[in-house]
Design a binder for this molecule. Structure first.
Ligand code: SF4
Length: 381
């Protein structure tokens, strides 16, 4: 690496708020350090300050648990470091044996139309393909997770997408759903593939602008993180409001009503990754379901398991820790409000993989749609 490359890397921690003398990352909060003793966030920052690419940073899940305070984000620093130095290593993650990488490559090429809206049934309403709309539902890679995993894990990720449209319809919104939306590109950052990331982001921007969209709603925290945190400043003209569906429902929430259920469910308490604005929307929405008992997992567990390229034995252990913590609540099921996290937990549970836990795993939005009632909706309940 030449001196210029070293200087760029050494400047990144300071530009991200980790200047000498400022609070560094909180090492003891890092879930990865629990299983990789050599992975210490503050040491990775020191390594970058010396001008070398801290290779271990690839193990960062991006969960924000070690970020020391407002405006200073370890994952944001990790993104910049990987984009600047990671590509030089020739690191090539292979998600699902390269299947998802092939999808992204075809999407970047943009020569073929996708067939990704089969899950939209006649009982839910989206904006017609030739019409504009202010609110879009970003579906992400859910249709591809269906194709790759649904038979093995017994769950279709697009069930969460369909539930999302149903919930949006219930608050009076028929969202735009793009027939040729492309991957958010978050995993391209992890791969150090700046060009791929920009290509995907630019394509999404253009498709959303063509339809007149102003607000993007997501059911996936990882998509929300990329669209809301990584696109601004990297994708020119990216000026959309990006919001988690639960937060959007709370914003519009006077019209939500639910049937009673005696179930006991577990949720993860909000943290900076899943709830950066401290809206506490998951808690608020569940209090609207009569008779439901909600338990919370111990705090400090990650709200993301990182990119598909980080699909390894350590991330599997972290997923199992999450489910064990959910079981400790004695709830019947754990409600997961992020599509990719949901798919990963279900994938980890399938026969032949990790089967140490038995608590039911449910999508948060599917659960809402199951208990949502239209009859009470417009009665002021
Ligand atoms: S963002 Fe999460 S995984 Fe990454 S270093 Fe911080 S605590 Fe560890």
């Amino acid at each position: 690496m030449n001196d210029e490359g070293k200087n760029i890397l050494s400047d990144i921690p300071g530009a991200c708020g980790f200047s000498n003398g400022a609070h560094g990352p909180n090492d003891s909060a890092c879930p990865v350090t629990r299983y990789r003793s050599e992975f210490v966030p503050s040491r990775l920052i020191d390594e970058a300050r010396s001008g070398w690419f801290p290779r271990g940073i690839r193990h960062c899940l991006g969960c924000e648990l070690c970020s020391p305070g407002p405006g200073v984000s370890f994952p944001s620093c990790a993104d910049d470091l990987v984009l600047e130095g990671g590509h030089r290593e020739g690191y090539i993650p292979r998600a699902f044996g390269g299947a998802l990488d092939a999808v992204w490559s075809l999407q970047i090429a943009g020569n073929s139309r996708q067939k990704r809206l089969d899950w939209i049934t006649n009982d839910i309403q989206i904006t017609n393909e030739n019409e504009s709309g202010k609110v879009a539902l970003f579906v992400g890679c859910a249709p591809y997770y269906d194709a790759l995993l649904a038979d093995e894990i017994g769950f279709r990720a697009t069930d969460e997408s369909r539930a999302a449209v149903e919930m949006l319809n219930s608050v009076g919104v028929s969202p735009v759903v793009l027939p040729d939306e492309v991957c958010c590109g978050g995993d391209r950052i992890h791969a150090g593939d700046r060009d791929g990331f920009i290509a995907l982001g630019t394509r999404n921007r253009d498709l959303l602008k063509e339809r007149g969209v102003k607000t993007i709603v997501t059911t996936c925290d990882d998509c929300r993180y990329t669209l809301g945190n990584r696109y601004p400043g990297r994708i020119p003209g990216w000026d959309f409001k990006v919001i988690r569906l639960a937060d959007y429902l709370v914003e519009r929430g006077g019209r939500l009503a639910f049937m009673p259920t005696e179930q006991v469910v577990a949720i993860q308490p909000p943290d900076r990754y899943s709830d950066p604005n401290s809206v506490e929307s998951i808690r608020k929405i569940l209090t609207k379901i009569p008779n439901l008992i909600t338990k919370e997992l111990e705090p400090g567990l990650p709200s993301t398991f990182g990119s598909w390229g980080q699909f390894d034995a350590i991330s599997k252990r972290l997923e199992t820790d999450y489910l064990k913590a959910a079981e400790c609540t004695l709830a019947e099921s754990v409600l997961v409000p992020g599509t990719r996290m949901l798919v990963r937990l279900m994938e980890g549970r399938r026969p032949g993989s990790w089967e140490e836990t038995s608590i039911k795993i449910k999508g948060f939005y599917g659960f809402l749609a199951e208990w949502h009632t239209v009859a009470l909706e417009f009665t002021g309940a």
